[in-house]
Ligand binder design. Structure first.
Ligand code: CAA
Length: 257
């Protein structure tokens, strides 16, 4: 499919999605959200894609939020529809069977921070800035920020960011557990591709089931979640991957997945 506001490339099992509106700091307007949704649906059924990397075009921004000029004149019903569209994009990324790595190369504000939080792993450049500045605009975060932020960094730290609207730098985001790692700006994409390559070399079904176990399990109680994990563990033994992975170990050779 051809897109206008996003770029999509696939190489060696890694799909890279770049939000490409650098003049608006990659802000998410309706079209961009619709393209992200369509692209997520395509990737979800593409067996050739083992890992996804999401980033922003240009040096300055990952995504500076939902598009304020598009939202300014919305009435409540249009805002509800826009919010639901944004949430469906976040859900689609979170629910992709493949792991998703956010390569946060600059401002990740509002909807941009929300999109990063819907990814499975976040790596940030040392120039990245994070925040949920919606209260400065007189609104509540609308793409899941009030829910994913406290789940990720805890209620107190999340409340401080949500209520103040203040931005934090990459080191502070690292301290709060909002990102996994901070790397120099020029090394960010290579670091994400290296990590994606390591993941892509593992058993793809096992990786997908790990993601499912974590994401579904976090919505359950521990007993139920461990029972779910046992079912997924068992499912692996119905796949050629488990045969190859264990045979390779015992034959002292690398596994071929
Ligand atoms: N929506 C639309 N346009 C945006 C934008 C956004 N979220 N963020 C930046 N832009 C545009 C600017 O309007 C500007 O456009 P022009 O050149 O046409 O004037 C261009 O991008 C460059 O931005 P600045 O000149 O402002 O760049 P700066 O370096 O001075 O500041 C910034 C950078 C601090 C990120 C600043 O642009 C900013 O504060 N942006 C808004 C951030 C924000 O509030 N995000 C939350 C949006 S609400 C939301 O996301 C709701 C939700 O949860 C769904």
């Amino acid at each position: 499919m051809n897109y206008t506001n996003i770029l999509v490339t696939v190489a060696e099992g890694v799909a890279t999605i770049t939000v490409n509106r650098p003049k608006a700091l990659n802000a998410l307007n309706r079209q961009t959200l619709e393209e992200l949704l369509a692209c997520s649906r395509e990737i979800a059924v593409d067996q050739g894609v083992r890992v996804v990397v999401v980033t922003g075009a240009g040096e300055k921004a990952f995504i500076a939020g939902a598009d304020i000029s598009a939202m300014q004149s919305m009435d409540a019903l249009a805002a509800r529809e826009f919010g639901r569209l944004g949430q469906s994009v976040m859900d689609a990324l979170e629910d992709l069977p493949q792991p998703v790595i956010a390569a946060i190369n600059g401002f990740a504000l509002g909807g941009g921070c929300e999109l990063a939080m819907a990814c499975d792993i976040r790596l940030a450049s040392d120039t990245a800035r994070f925040g949920q500045p919606e209260v400065k605009l007189g609104v509540v975060p609308g793409f899941g920020g009030t829910q994913r932020l406290p789940r990720l960094i805890g209620r107190g730290a999340a409340n401080e960011l949500l209520f103040s609207g203040e931005m934090i730098n990459a080191q502070e985001a690292l301290r709060l557990g909002l990102v996994n790692r901070v790397v120099p700006q020029g090394e960010l994409l290579a670091a994400c591709q290296e990590l994606a390559g390591k993941i892509a070399a593992q058993g793809p079904l096992a990786v997908r089931l790990c993601k499912e176990a974590v994401n579904r399990g976090l919505e359950m109680g521990l007993t139920e979640a461990c029972a779910h994990e046992a079912e997924l563990f068992a499912l692996c033994f119905a796949s050629p991957e488990q045969k190859e992975g264990m045979a390779a170990f015992l034959e002292k050779r690398p596994a071929k997945f």
